[in-house]
Design a protein around this ligand. Structure first.
Ligand code: TYD
Length: 147
């Protein structure tokens, strides 16, 4: 289930802050890849895909980025606008990503190496997989998530 997490934060106003997370502690997978997206003009939409198996932790160390997650029956919106905030995304969620602030940087820690085979880039194909029960109960939302 996707969930917002607050990373540990060490420091104070005078000297700044440090945040961190570790595999199999804050997140339930081993990190095999990290990538980041930047210099995206405000208003641009990215994402528009789902993953068959990949799990991701996304965070925005600078700026503001909006995620709309869709499990085929329901959509939820998450805003990443604090450097100590992250969003865990499980398998089987369609994502639309919108850049809200100039200069925003979106970082992603991922459970596997890059493979285009893991992408679902057609919403129709995504819906078919949802309807066939491909992810079972894994792509549910928590009842108490922000709407
Ligand atoms: P994509 O995941 O579609 O980006 P976004 O969701 O931000 O729009 O990736 C964009 C392109 O980059 C696509 O051609 C695949 C390529 N790519 C890699 O080669 N390696 C990677 O690790 C990632 C994430 C993407």
């Amino acid at each position: 289930m996707p969930r917002l997490i607050t990373f540990k934060k060490i420091g104070e106003e005078e000297i700044g802050y440090l945040s961190f997370f570790e595999s199999n502690k804050e997140i339930d997978f081993d990190i095999k890849r990290i990538y980041y997206t930047y210099a995206v003009p405000v208003g641009v939409q990215r994402g528009m895909h789902a993953h068959k198996e990949l799990k991701q932790l996304v965070w925005c160390p600078y700026g503001s980025v909006k995620f709309i997650l869709d499990n085929g029956t329901e959509k939820r919106t998450y805003i990443l606008d604090q450097p100590d905030k992250g969003l865990l995304i499980d398998r089987g969620f369609w994502r639309d990503i919108y850049w809200l602030k100039e200069g925003s940087v979106l970082c992603v820690a991922v459970s596997d190496f890059y493979s285009e085979n893991d992408y679902i880039r057609s919403y129709d194909e995504f819906k078919k997989l949802v309807d066939s029960g491909y992810w079972g109960n894994e792509n549910r939302f928590y009842p108490s998530d922000p709407e």
